[in-house]
Design a protein around this ligand. Structure first.
Ligand code: ADP
Ligand code: MG
Length: 566
């Protein structure tokens, strides 16, 4: 008996997954599917990315749907539109032999009218991002009345992104709900709260160790001077000629800039970030998925949850501020049992972050030297020669030319021919790297401070964002009717900044502390300080006048107390 069948799945579903190449259920699938098939048990599934969670909920959901009733019976909520489309596509694959079940995606950035029209035709399963879903509910365009199953996928991410109130709203408005199925890579207190507030004695299943990374990922980091970040990236890409990877940046501006520079220099790259239209993003993803694009430059929000097979490298152009984000980024590689590399480009002051990451993913990070120009050339050269040797010459009619060729090259040695080929291919490359700098920052490993590197020291002045976030204080909070989502909207609208400048938001009853990218902090203060909101004068200022280091919990506490007593 097929193992999927013995979990209780019906023939059509077993057939579909078999055709998809799934031989055996993954651990989370084996544990979740039998429980979920009951339909009435609340469920919490904790498993790292790439463990097959989509099928773990998608398959039992399809089996529970009554195709003859043409209204939404299941709602899957996930953080981003990319993920929404991906889940919907997966579900459509799973239901290949259940043609009467309809699954529709609902997400922002595309025509709501079309989506409403699609739903009206009678969708059984709706896969939605929170924002658009609320919009649909408010327009009464979706009927949640008879929804029996609500799935929260990547619950930790959704809460990180400030969707808590939206999720609460949806859960409160699915009155005939029979169960909630929550999936998450981690279990922060906010996720725990959802289970406390909305679930009744949920069955909780953990696969692998909580909070640990995927053992198939090897973690590496390079310490580079901040103004040589780009150069380091370029070198790493050149050093890995077969790379098929995603480079993560913290801001849209970085994603854009790196993409422009790399393309100008002839690399096969495109950016994906929140400023692109949905169509543009789909197009980029299409190209990347089909491997017509070697490197994708992405911001976290745009790339979250993306499942593309065979990614060899994930590169952190900068370390994320939120350590959890690292797990999500690195989880884009080493999927479905394959191995992969996650590279971080750091500065010399970030060693402590590496230590934290090592603890979090429970793996050692290898510090490697940035390849020298010579290393890169050598690597490229032999890579090319390997390609030359493995070129398929069996099918062309090359034989016709052999006689003439031998004659033409009669007086030229084999080495000479190879050199000439190499020159054609590498001339520009060799020249570029001929006098390339050594990019490695010299570190006195005992004191862990940079030595003899004026470039690095100068950078600290010039490269604001490298210092991280400024922590700003603002005298509004939940009593002013704010929750995270509308607070973010408010400060961003007022200051005309985009979401990516924001770090953590600590919203209290009376006051809020918000981390803002250092380069954007003064603009935000200028735009908000002195304004009024609902008749109250807004005061916004830097909370501690200096860098705010998120990992320093005691410092944070002290600031809050100090501010509150003011
Ligand atoms: P997660 O949501 O846990 O990050 P996904 O559901 O996106 O993971 O699955 C990751 C990858 O593994 C997908 O490409 C999926 O097709 C594949 N996969 C899932 N289950 C199986 C299985 N039982 N056998 C083989 N591949 C699987
Ligand atoms: Mg997933």
């Amino acid at each position: 008996m097929n193992e999927f069948e013995s979990l209780g799945l019906n023939e059509s579903l077993v057939k579909a997954v078999t055709e998809m190449g799934f031989e055996n259920p993954s651990a989370i699938q084996s544990k979740a599917i039998p429980v979920l098939l009951s339909g009435t048990t609340d469920f919490v599934g904790l498993a790292q990315t790439g463990t097959g969670k989509t099928a773990a909920f998608g398959l039992p959901l399809l089996q529970l749907i009554d195709a003859s009733k043409k209204y939404p019976q299941a709602l899957i909520i996930c953080p981003t539109r990319e993920l929404c489309l991906q889940i919907c596509n997966d579900i459509r694959d799973f239901k290949k032999h259940l043609p009467h079940i309809v699954a529709e995606p609902v997400y922002g950035g595309a025509s709501i009218v079309m989506q409403i029209r699609a739903l009206k035709k009678g969708a059984h399963i709706v896969v939605a991002t929170p924002g658009r879903l609320i919009d649909m509910i408010e327009r009464k365009a979706i009927d949640l009345e008879k929804v029996k199953y609500v799935v929260l996928d990547e619950a930790d991410e959704m809460l990180n992104m400030g969707f808590r109130d939206d999720i609460d709203f949806v859960l409160k408005n699915t009155v005939q709900r029979e169960s909630i199925w929550l999936f998450s890579a981690t279990m922060p207190p906010e996720v725990r709260n959802i289970s406390k507030n909305f679930m009744s004695s949920p069955k909780e299943v953990t696969v692998g160790k909580k909070n640990t990374g995927n053992a198939n990922i090897s973690h590496q980091y390079f310490i580079a001077p901040a103004n040589a970040r780009y150069e380091t990236l370029r070198r790493l890409v050149d050093f890995n000629p077969d790379i098929y990877g995603i480079v993560f940046t913290r801001t849209k501006a970085d994603a854009q800039e790196i993409t422009e520079r790399l393309s100008k220099e002839g690399y096969d790259v495109e950016a994906i970030h929140g400023d692109l239209t949905q169509q543009q993003r789909d197009k980029v993803m299409q190209r990347f998925r089909s491997k017509n694009l070697q490197i994708l430059i992405a911001t976290d929000v745009a790339a979250r949850g993306i499942d593309v097979d065979g990614i060899t490298h994930v590169i952190n152009y900068e370390l994320p501020d939120d350590m959890e984000v690292y797990t999500h980024r690195s989880g884009r590689t080493a999927r479905a049992g394959k191995s992969g590399i996650c590279i971080s480009i750091c500065n010399s002051r970030e060693s402590y972050k590496i230590k934290q990451l090592e603890r979090m993913v429970n793996a050692q990070f290898a510090r490697l030297d940035i390849p020298s120009g010579k290393d890169v050339c050598r690597k490229q050269f032999f890579h090319f020669m390997d390609k030359l040797m493995s070129a398929d010459i069996s099918s062309g009619s090359y034989e016709t030319y052999t006689a003439d060729l031998s004659k033409k090259f009669e007086d030229v040695s084999k080495e000479d021919v190879l050199k000439r080929i190499a020159a054609l291919e590498f001339d520009h490359f060799l020249k570029y790297y001929e006098n390339a700098d050594d990019l490695n920052v010299k570190i006195d490993r005992d004191r862990r401070t940079p030595m003899n590197n004026s470039r690095d020291r100068n950078d600290k002045k010039n490269y604001g964002r490298d210092g991280g976030y400024s922590k700003l204080f603002i005298n509004v909070g939940s009593k002013d009717g704010f929750f995270k989502g509308n607070f973010m909207q408010f400060i961003l609208d007022e200051s005309n900044l985009n979401k990516e400048v924001l770090g953590r938001i600590d919203l209290r009853e009376m006051n809020t502390w918000v981390e803002v990218d250092k380069s954007a902090a003064s603009k935000m203060i200028k735009s908000l300080d002195g304004k009024t909101h609902n008749g109250r004068a807004i005061r916004m200022n830097e909370a501690d006048g200096g860098n705010y280091n998120r990992s320093d919990k005691t410092k944070r506490k002290r600031i809050s107390v100090h501010e509150r007593n003011k």
